[in-house]
Design a protein around this ligand. Structure first.
Ligand code: XMP
Length: 508
């Protein structure tokens, strides 16, 4: 398998570079700048990413490229370009022109293969405090902007390029073309990495890795664990044992319908009813982190008890995907723990299970494409993301059976309405939240004093940032009416109009 290596210096855009390359059907890996693997023949090129650091700073990230063969193409982007220039004796200063946002790039050397089919002048996206003010002697300028002379360069006689702008960002009009020129042209990648080829090669690899061993996997009803299960099922069939825990915190009727659908896909799956235990453990808890920990702990305990019943099981399969892998190995600095997301994990040591993660190379939308190739039920494939702790963090404050039922009813009315109005698939995620306050209303001639439901719907690309969906007023009116009429215990419905940041998608 051919691949491009991306050295991460901590830029917020590093993941985006990987996305762009994957879109060309070329596999790529992001590795921290100080953990460069040995350069095997499958590596066709190296990209040096951007960084919040300055090359002149004391703690500036310094990669050791001594193990990189001279003929391997290198492309530095932003910090990566500055580092190349600085390392070869050029000048990088903060007193030059800073640029943030759009700039017009003028091509100086249209014969350069990096700029093939890039017009003489086009828009690019800049975001840099430092500027390369003087290039080393053997470097040649191949494009400039009005403010930055050395916006793109090439080292003469070597396959090394640098660009000051962010080609990976959508606002760089010909950014994709430049990255294609590099990956497909200069590095010579074939672009044959597709979901179907991924399935074929992964199935072969899983068969070899697992042999005749047994594997246990926790299904959540979500896309990742479902696709991981189907891939493993294709590779090892009945050797895969799936466990699907009913925490009582799923959407209305979802446990039974998803369980049926898993069985319909041929999976060897055991449904475990643990509703009471989850509720009991949540009783009296109001603080969101404590609630999350309680739910997480119960998942682990129920899963462990079930896994231990499978004789001679050797492997634990997980639906870990690429962003999870990157997050846990990323250049430190960026992300503080806002909420503790939980995974099934922490199996008893005596079980000594080895971990298999068949999706660890894939982004979310790639997981969906693989799921489609594998024939995953379209209902599961197209589902909105749903948090592991489920409705436990959408019933704000203390969770009780009564409140979960109220929320399930209201949520169902809302989600069904989104579907019947053709809105569901345009939205990243939607759900209802039960607020822990009661307010006064009037129904018929009666005074009521009941709960409030908040509706949330957001658009997002990756869940990291999100904006609230401008749902039509008439639609909101219809849903509000239906909930208040149909759900006993609710007399008020409100709509959440906050983006993330500053709010988060879930309320707890
Ligand atoms: P927040 O609320 O942090 O959510 O803006 C971002 C995305 O993550 C989902 N989410 C979770 N997913 N386990 C999960 O698997 C969790 O504990 C969890 N908490 C939040 C949330 O639904 C949204 O898609």
């Amino acid at each position: 398998m051919e691949r491009i290596l991306i050295l991460d210096f901590g830029s917020q855009y590093t993941m985006l570079i990987a996305r762009r390359i994957r879109e060309m059907n070329v596999y790529c890996d992001i590795v921290p700048f100080n953990r460069i693997p040995s350069i095997t023949p499958d590596i066709k090129g190296i990209i040096l990413s951007g960084s919040p650091s300055s090359v002149r700073g004391e703690n500036a990230p310094q990669p050791d490229l001594s193990g990189v063969p001279a003929g391997l193409p290198i492309l530095g982007i932003c910090y990566g370009a500055q580092w190349l220039a600085w390392k070869h004796g050029g000048n990088v200063t903060s007193s030059g022109s800073r640029e943030y946002g759009r700039a017009i790039l003028t091509v100086k050397d249209s014969a350069d293969p990096l700029l093939k089919d890039v017009p003489a002048s086009s828009q690019v996206w800049m975001s840099h405090g430092d500027t390369i003010t003087a290039l080393p002697a053997e470097f040649k300028v191949i494009a400039s902007t009005e403010a930055v002379c050395n916006a793109a360069f090439k080292i003469e006689g070597k396959p090394v390029w640098g660009i000051q702008f962010h080609a990976e960002v959508h606002h760089s009009e010909f950014g994709k073309q430049i990255l294609r020129n590099y990956v497909l042209g200069i590095c010579g990648c074939a672009g044959s990495w597709t979901p179907a080829s991924f399935v074929d090669s992964t199935v072969v690899a899983l068969k070899e890795q697992i042999g005749s061993d047994k594997v246990v996997l926790g299904l959540s009803g979500g896309v990742d664990s479902s696709v991981a299960a189907l891939l493993l099922h294709k590779a090892i069939g009945e050797q895969l044992h799936c466990i699907f825990v009913d925490s009582g915190l799923l959407r209305k009727d979802e446990f039974s319908s998803v369980l049926e659908s898993y069985k319909g896909m041929g999976l060897n799956v055991k449904g475990v009813d643990a509703k009471e235990r989850f509720l009991k453990d949540l009783s009296g808890l109001t603080e969101p982190e404590q609630k999350r920990k309680s739910i997480g702990r119960n998942f682990v305990e129920v899963f462990n008890a079930e896994a231990a019943k499978i004789e001679n099981v050797r492997w634990l399969a997980q639906g870990t995907i690429y962003p999870d892998v990157i997050e846990s190995s990323a250049v430190p600095g960026a992300s503080a723990t806002i909420k503790s997301h939980h995974n099934v994990g922490g199996l008893p040591k005596e079980m000594k299970l080895k971990v298999v993660e068949p999706l660890r190379l894939l982004f979310k939308d790639e997981v969906r494409r693989v799921g489609k190739v594998l024939g995953l039920d379209p209902h599961i494939l197209g589902r909105h993301p749903f948090p592991g702790p489920g409705l436990g963090i959408r019933v704000l404050g203390e969770v009780t059976a009564e409140k979960v039922t109220i929320l399930q009813e209201a949520d169902k009315i809302y989600i069904d309405a989104l579907r019947s109005h053709g809105l569901y698939d345009q939205i990243w995620q939607a759900g209802a939240i039960l607020l822990p306050i009661k307010s006064v209303g009037v129904m018929g001639d009666e005074r009521t004093y009941e709960y409030t439901i908040a509706l949330r719907a957001v658009t997002s690309v990756d869940g990291m940032t999100a904006d609230w969906v401008r749902l039509p007023y008439d639609f909101l009116a219809e849903v509000s009416d239906a909930i208040i009429r149909g759900v006993k215990g609710v007399n008020r419905v409100v709509y959440d109009i906050c983006s993330k940041p500053p709010a988060t998608i879930e309320w707890e």
